[in-house]
Design a protein around this ligand. Structure first.
Ligand code: SAH
Ligand code: SF4
Ligand code: F3S
Length: 447
């Protein structure tokens, strides 16, 4: 049967990784991936509920599919629609009530069951759901079709035990579980042998890797072991400041293939807010960590996550966040307006601050974010950088785009007689001529 499918992915890298398994599992069934919902016989939504906007959009999007005509030549008389990811996990079969034409719901631990659920729904014409609370299987063991041949996401933990008071993730991804070190190293070696250039180790808090398996965190050992596979570029996300040890920081000084870039979410610059968020560190400790990281790896590029408008945030609290951003010169800041998530402690806390005040704070913060990004980019001005080519610019297909070791986005012209395929997934030498606010501009050298 000539079946086509489309996967629509929202949310974090964990979802992107899981989507690669959905591609793998469905291609194993003999189905063909297509780029649009219109062309697909089976549509799978890999969903995120970390903030309200994504949640609302998903319901609207699935509802609007009811009247979408089937593609010409489809072997099905009706499109099969499935919802997975974090909304699938959270809402389970309740989704069927709100979306009567939805066929399949599956949780974050049920990727392996997807073919069975799809077939059962099709053959029996019934709605099928499977939501496990927890599972010992890691989705990494499933067949995969990676989005990029040069890069791989490698989950080392799933779930989260931190229960930050605003956050839904522990409720939808379960308690933290670590994969055995041998499995991780074996998978990394397999990627290296397959020509992958960059591995990103994934977890909600990679620093606590191994606590459940070995009685103490062993993230530094994992970094060392994966670096030894000879991978060209090693990165990781996300680090929680409360568990970032000297042992891990030290790896930045000693592992050549560990890239000089750290994403360390601060969430707020105010101790009062951090305490109410249950983040378990003070901003003084955060500053100390950054100082140590810079000592181990001079010139390291930094990024962070910030929440603006957490319940009860005062002007003074916000100013402390603003000052932190201004001081740190982050390459990137992922800033979010606080979004109330039912079931989390903070959802019960009143906030007298008017919406327009919160939005004004957010806009003000963006000015400091832009200044910091520009300052971070300026550190690369007039240097030569090794850039991993990831594609072309959306606005100009003759402009190649890639990342430096510091994760700075770099644009440079494609030579006249060449195409993107000559460069995609390769590492090239680029001289940086200009530092823009959000990216670097340069030209190829040594070609
Ligand atoms: N485990 C990672 C982040 C996972 S969620 C960590 O702890 O850093 C990614 C980001 O979304 C968080 O860092 C936070 O900044 C943001 N976020 C999470 N819940 C949110 C909420 N309820 N409202 C607004 N932003 C939120
Ligand atoms: Fe959410 Fe906190 Fe866990 Fe990150 S560490 S996923 S913000 S609960
Ligand atoms: Fe979203 Fe789930 Fe990731 S809620 S941020 S997709 S873990």
């Amino acid at each position: 049967m000539d079946l086509t499918f489309h996967v629509q992915t929202y949310g974090c890298q964990m979802n992107k990784h899981d989507s690669e398994r959905v591609y793998g599992v469905l291609e194993n069934m003999g189905a063909t991936a297509v780029d649009t919902i219109e062309q697909a016989d089976v549509v799978i939504f890999m969903t995120c509920c970390v903030r309200e906007a994504a949640d609302v959009r998903l319901y609207g999007q699935v509802a609007s599919m009811k009247n979408l005509p089937m593609r010409e030549g489809s072997p099905l008389h009706k499109r099969i629609v499935a919802v997975g990811g974090c909304i699938g996990q959270r809402d389970g079969e309740k989704l069927f009530e709100a979306l009567p034409h939805l066929n399949v719901v599956f949780g974050t631990q049920n990727l392996a069951s997807l073919p069975t659920l799809l077939l059962a729904s099709y053959n029996e014409g019934t709605q099928q759901g499977e939501i496990l609370k927890t599972s010992d299987d890691f989705s990494s063991t499933l067949p995969t079709t990676r989005e990029h041949f040069w890069a791989a996401w490698l989950p080392i933990t799933v779930g989260c035990n931190n229960y930050c008071t605003y956050c839904i993730v522990p409720h939808v991804r379960g308690k933290e579980r670590s994969r055995a070190m041998e499995d991780i190293v074996k998978e990394a070696q397999h990627y290296v042998d397959a020509g992958v250039k960059e591995i990103t180790l994934l977890g909600q808090n990679v620093n606590s890797y191994g606590r459940d398996l070995y009685g103490k965190p062993r993230f530094d050992d994992i970094l060392e072991a994966v670096a030894q596979t000879g991978i060209e570029r090693l990165r990781f996300a996300t680090s929680h400041p409360k568990d970032l040890t000297d042992g891990v920081i030290d790896k930045f000084a000693h592992l050549e293939n560990l890239m000089p870039y750290l994403h360390l979410p601060a969430q707020s610059g105010s101790n009062r807010v951090l305490k109410r968020m249950n983040r378990s560190y003070t901003i003084e400790h955060y500053r100390e960590l950054i100082a140590k990281v810079k000592q181990a790896c001079p010139g390291i590029a930094l990024s962070t996550d910030i929440i603006v408008g957490f319940p009860g945030e005062t002007e003074e609290d916000f100013q402390a966040t603003y000052d932190l951003i201004d001081e740190m010169k982050y390459n990137q800041v992922f800033s979010f307006i606080y979004s109330k998530r039912e079931g989390t402690p903070a959802a019960r806390w009143d906030d007298p601050t008017p919406h327009d005040v919160i939005h004004a704070r957010f806009d003000r913060l963006l000015e400091a974010v832009a200044r910091g990004a520009h300052a971070s980019n300026q550190t690369a001005q007039d240097t030569d950088q090794l850039v991993l080519v990831e594609g072309t610019s959306k606005r100009d297909e003759r402009m190649l785009v890639g990342k430096t070791p510091h994760n700075h986005t770099t644009h440079f012209p494609l030579p006249e007689n060449k195409t993107l395929d000559d460069f995609l997934g390769t590492i090239v030498n680029v001289h940086i001529d200009e530092a823009k606010t959000w990216y670097l501009k340069g030209h190829l050298i040594g070609q």
